[in-house]
Design a binder for this molecule. Structure first.
Ligand SMILES: Cc1cc2nc3c(=O)[nH]c(=O)nc-3n(C[C@H](O)[C@H](O)[C@H](O)COP(=O)(O)O)c2cc1C
Length: 361
């Protein structure tokens, strides 16, 4: 677990920075970062959790309130906000803090067209001074730790993460999360950790490095090659929430089908507690579980030799498609919708083997 600034004066910036030091966090994710899933990731050891991205304007109009909710186990829960108006972003940040956010994160990396067209998210990477103005406004409005999340740049011709991060630091950010890809790259290439390292080198405040951490060896490599000490994990956690245990222990844990059934059932139980066991609640739980299966089915166990063989490309890109093995191994690796419906049925009715199950949560 991380140090927290819980008992410190609100304006103690050193404590706010310490809050982000040496952290392995669940990266903010729309849909994927739903409350039951965050709870699961906490059980597996995620230090920080964060809400899905919330539009400041929507929050101010009274929408998106459910996204502020968090589970009691989320001791270091943050709210991620997106917007381009300083006053609105500040007011929204105050609402988030009043709802229990232990930190606020500002999204300056969202690549989605409708967000960028409106001048928010990654569009602000093209306007570093405007971005800094937003950080200053939110800094003045709240006392809890404040982070920003950026990309390496807007496009390959506009790699400016160091400049943007320095301005964010000067404007009062306590930490900067850096996803080592441009807006234009989306996921087409491996993340550029050289840029992440350059930002860490330039700043005094902690940098949370982000991109393609799927195994303990990815983490070890980034720690060895860069000065980055905190990390944000996104797709790795969607594919295998137990990645947090793997990263803490520095070893890959082979999750057998019985362990995976049990993990899925635990998600089902958390989601049911959150969304309800009535018809409507269960329909929503089903939709979430099917959504998660799009990621869970991609799990493959990799050894350190596999990792060394494909280096420096990430295993994320090298993933092999075909799986052979027991019927459950094949079923759980299937991308097929009908198979996912069958998995949902089996999770719901506990129609799966429970013998020999120990897990590392
Ligand atoms: C389903 C999904 C939803 C995401 N939603 C958000 C979001 O709301 N806010 C954000 O800052 N990043 C979001 N991201 C980006 C991730 O936080 C992360 O920066 C990116 O996936 C790179 O990390 P990874 O290589 O570990 O996946 C999302 C990613 C995924 C896969």
């Amino acid at each position: 677990m991380t140090e927290t600034p819980s008992d410190t004066a609100p304006d103690d910036r050193n404590a706010a920075r310490a809050f982000f030091r040496g952290v392995i966090a669940l990266s903010p994710m729309a849909i994927g970062g739903n409350l039951p899933y965050r709870r699961l990731c906490r059980e597996f050891g995620a230090d920080h959790t964060c809400s899905e991205m919330i539009f400041a304007t929507k929050l101010l109009r009274g929408g998106e309130k459910p996204l502020l909710r968090h589970h009691a186990s989320e001791a270091h829960f943050g709210v991620q906000l997106c917007g381009k108006d300083p006053a609105k972003l500040s007011d929204a940040a105050q609402i988030a803090v009043a709802a229990g956010a232990r930190f606020v994160d500002l999204n300056f990396g969202c690549p989605i067209d409708v967000v960028v067209r409106r001048g928010a998210g990654a569009a602000l990477l093209k306007r570093p001074r405007k971005l800094a103005e937003l950080v200053t406004a939110v800094r003045d409005a709240i006392a809890v730790p404040l982070s920003v999340k950026i990309r390496s740049g807007y496009s390959e011709k506009k790699i400016n993460a160091v400049e943007v991060a320095l301005l964010a630091e000067a404007a009062g950010a306590d930490a900067v999360g850096v996803h080592g890809r441009t807006r234009a790259q989306r996921y087409k290439r491996s993340a550029d950790w050289g840029i992440v390292d350059a930002v860490a080198d330039a700043l005094t405040i902690p940098v949370l490095g982000n991109g393609d951490i799927l195994t303990p060896w990815d983490l070890a490599l980034r720690r060895q090659q860069t000065g980055v000490a905190s990390f944000l994990i996104a797709r790795g956690a969607l594919i295998k929430p137990w990645i947090f245990t793997e990263l803490a222990q520095g070893r890959a844990i082979q999750y057998t089908p019985p362990m995976r059934w049990r993990m899925m059932r635990r998600y089902y139980d958390h989601a049911t507690e959150y969304l309800g066991d009535d018809l409507r609640g269960q329909q929503r739980v089903e939709r979430f579980l099917l959504w998660h299966l799009q990621f869970w089915h991609r799990y493959r166990h990799y050894s350190e030799d596999d990792f060394q063989a494909v280096q420096p490309a990430s295993l994320m890109q090298a993933r092999e498609k075909r799986v052979t093995g027991t019927p459950d191994e094949v079923l759980l690796a299937s991308a097929d919708d009908a198979d996912h419906t069958e998995i949902w049925r089996r999770v719901l009715t506990r129609d799966y083997p429970t013998d020999d199950v120990t897990d590392d949560a």
